[in-house]
Design a binder for this molecule. Structure first.
Ligand code: WT7
Length: 704
């Protein structure tokens, strides 16, 4: 929960106040514990020989990439202006303000502007312009429902345009105006990107909340963004599980109202119907999509907005309990999401693209909704999960739609790898051209399986490093003929991106070396702010080392200048490619009456990449047993959502603290990962430990 009047957010203990402090000492910005040394095989090089045979690629050679990259760094404003002007601008931006910025807190507040003064509309560019260019009857979305026997629909650009306009007119009917923020809590159906585009069309800001988040989590976001309109759905099947979105949205609206913010309208898509999913309906507040949207006009003049007007906020986790609403604006995000899509996936007009991400995450924003449509692409929108009904589902989809590019997460690749090659081998993947991955470092085993078994050694693996905050790809091995790929390396920067590695003292590391991954100059889709709290954004990303954007990741640069991500340097976990703040899980745990104190750290996990390990100290009258463990796990799922399910609960009499009461997470991480094998002398500086016996006790009771 991050509603202000509940627990003290970011607080690990009920008894202490100002626990936020305990995060300052050895927790914030540690270079990663889970050292991926075994992944740093810089000399292991793979070059797919045949992938480009007989086909045109946007980039012909490494030299062409280098030339363009250098141009983009020497004159960012000029480089990106040229690309920007291939889009439609109602009013052109003055060349003088194509890029103005301050990246240095020593100089003044952080400010980033791209194409300011220009007037455009991203929905117009993504949809209308494609229709005007003759792509009206081209398929925008191949909708593949959860069930094999179920919904499958092809939706053309013309149809997208009509439906977007109807939804946009419905939003206006509910009183939404330019600058208002609309919450979308929906499953992965085409109506989700359509609703996003409808917001953009009228200059409203969207805040998509992933359909797996709990009522508490949704309420927190609605409350923070002050959404008056929520677009949702009766319910959806994900795999074999029923998810009752409308019920959760109703509960969230109640929670938000109890804190003083009222949701005025809910627009409800009927996906399952009353037989499969009954919903409550309040006259005047709840509106069925079919009743409200269908009768609307298919004409809706786009709102011509400034390039720097907000496009969306998207909440993501950080080091404290409170998710932050990352703000992206219109022009720069449009140009960058479209350009990265074009080059990363080498998109050609006849290709069918397939990204498995949900629009609840940034990947779905940039590489389902915006990037593909801005390029006039056809793509698969998949509502289901990769292993249902069988682990061949993704490859069946590739076969069915003759897909050229798949874009998915290492966690999915690992899960499918474990299921066995037979699920891949029986499918026709000859259409595939590029294999993309995103969300977490990919281990070489999974990389090799993806490359060899899925791609038959024909397709380059494009491992894209980026973040909610960066809006688009930052470091990746672009699919350039002859490029040396190194399994596990994010590889090389995209145009306009200047990565820098800093050591702990803030010195730039030249050549080979490792440290904090920073970015030196703004790229067009740099986050602009945190919704409602610009200062917080400056603190988090720009204050520790002045003059750079701090990514929060650790990184190594090898002798060839390739970048290898080594994991987060803050208290953020990456569980199955999803970002989860340890403080959020702790805040959820301490809400339970049995829990006195909680400290959460990450542990290595074969499928999820990282798992959640929670140390829990109980209140006096409670007994540590398996039932309570189960109850606590359920409790966290209810508070945050299933993605935050703890893997391990370790009942601990006490956790190690410094004499000033700060939790020593470094030690907790080590014990969680190494259990009884932990080298007691290797725990680092323990001289500040208040009671050394606490550590002994934890090692004895370790839970893995
Ligand atoms: C964090 C961002 C980017 C969209 C999905 C996640 C990790 C992401 C990679 C990669 C190594 C990666 C980083 C990053 N991450 N992609 N290819 N290699 N790590 O977006 O939720 O904002 O999470 O995910 O730790 O900071 P996000």
């Amino acid at each position: 929960s991050f509603l202000g009047n509940r627990v003290n957010v970011g607080c690990a203990g009920k008894m202490q106040k100002g626990n936020e402090d305990s995060r300052d000492e050895d927790v914030l910005y540690h270079l990663p514990y889970a050292n991926l040394e075994r992944h740093h095989d810089s000399d292991n090089v793979v070059v797919p020989e045949v992938f480009h045979e007989g086909r045109a690629t946007h980039l012909k050679s490494l030299d062409e990439y280098k030339k363009l990259y250098e141009e983009s760094i020497a004159d960012p404003a000029g480089f990106w202006s040229n690309i920007a002007r291939s889009f439609y601008w109602k009013e052109d931006f003055p060349s003088a303000t194509a890029c103005t910025y301050n990246f240095d807190l020593n100089v003044g507040p952080i400010a980033i502007n791209w194409f300011k003064g220009g007037k455009t509309n991203i929905c117009y560019n993504a949809v209308d312009r494609q229709v005007e260019n003759g792509l009206g009857s081209k398929v925008a979305f191949h909708y593949e429902g959860n069930d094999l026997e179920d919904e499958h629909r092809d939706i053309t650009y013309e149809e997208v345009k009509d439906e977007v306009c109807r939804v946009a007119n419905s939003l206006k009917e509910m009183g939404v105006k330019k600058g208002d923020c609309v919450c979308l809590y929906m499953p992965m159906v085409p109506e989700l990107p359509i609703a996003m585009l409808a917001c953009a069309r009228i200059g409203a800001v969207h805040s998509v909340v992933f359909g797996g988040f709990s009522a508490e989590a949704l309420a927190g976001r609605i409350f923070d963004a002050k959404n008056n309109v929520v677009i949702t759905c009766d319910g959806v099947m994900r795999g074999k599980k029923l998810i009752e979105l409308k019920k959760v949205a109703d509960e969230a609206a109640k929670l938000s109202q109890a804190r003083g913010h009222n949701v005025g309208h809910k627009l409800v898509l009927q996906r399952l119907g009353p037989e499969k999913c009954k919903v409550d309906f309040v006259e005047g507040v709840d509106h069925w999509w079919n009743e409200m949207v269908k009768p609307q006009s298919t004409v809706c003049e786009p709102e011509w907005v400034d390039a720097e007007d907000p496009l969306f906020i998207l909440y993501t986790s950080g080091s404290t309990g409170q998710p932050k609403g990352i703000l992206h604006t219109t022009g720069g995000y449009m140009v960058y999401s479209a350009t990265t899509f074009k080059y990363a996936f080498d998109y050609q007009p006849e290709d069918v693209f397939f990204c498995t991400a949900d629009c609840g995450w940034i990947t779905g924003h940039s590489y389902v909704t915006y990037g593909p449509l801005l390029n006039g692409a056809s793509q698969v929108v998949f509502e289901g999960v990769p292993n249902c009904p069988r682990p061949d589902r993704l490859w069946r989809i590739v076969e069915k739609y003759r897909v050229q590019q798949v874009y998915t997460a290492p966690t999915a690749i690992r899960a499918l790898m474990v299921a066995g090659d037979k699920y891949v081998k029986g499918t026709d993947r000859s259409s595939l051209k590029i294999l993309g991955t995103v969300g977490e470092p990919i281990n070489p085993e999974a990389w090799n399986w993806y490359f060899k078994v899925v791609g038959d050694e024909r397709c380059p693996v494009v491992d894209t490093w980026w973040q909610t905050e960066t809006g688009g790809h930052m470091i990746l091995p672009l699919p350039i003929p002859g490029l040396h790929m190194k399994p596990g390396a994010a590889s090389l920067p995209f145009f306009g991106v200047v990565p820098v590695i800093l050591d702990e003292d803030g010195n730039e590391v030249d050549g080979e070396g490792q440290g904090f991954l920073m970015v030196k100059k703004p790229w067009p889709s740099t986050l602009r702010s945190i919704s409602g709290d610009h200062e917080r954004m400056q603190d988090i990303y720009f204050s520790r080392f002045k003059g750079y954007y701090m990514s929060g990741d650790g990184c190594r640069r090898d002798k060839d200048g390739y970048y290898w991500l080594t994991g987060r340097v803050d208290d953020v976990l990456n569980v199955s490619g999803h970002r989860i703040g340890t403080a959020e899980v702790e805040s959820a745990l301490v809400l339970h009456p049995a829990v006195g104190e909680a400290a959460v750290v990450g542990i290595g996990h074969d499928i999820k990449g990282e798992g959640i390990y929670a140390y829990v100290t109980l209140m006096n009258k409670f007994q540590p047993d398996d039932d309570l463990k189960k109850e606590l796990i359920q409790y966290v799922r209810k508070e945050i959502g299933p993605i935050a399910t703890p893997d391990v609960i370790h009942f601990a009499a006490a956790v190690p603290k410094t004499r000033s009461g700060k939790i020593m997470r470094r030690i907790l991480r080590k014990i969680a990962n190494e259990g009884s094998k932990v080298d007691k002398d290797g725990l680092g500086d323990v001289s500040t430990l208040a009671d050394p016996s606490v550590v002994e006790a934890l090692i004895e009771t370790h839970a893995n």
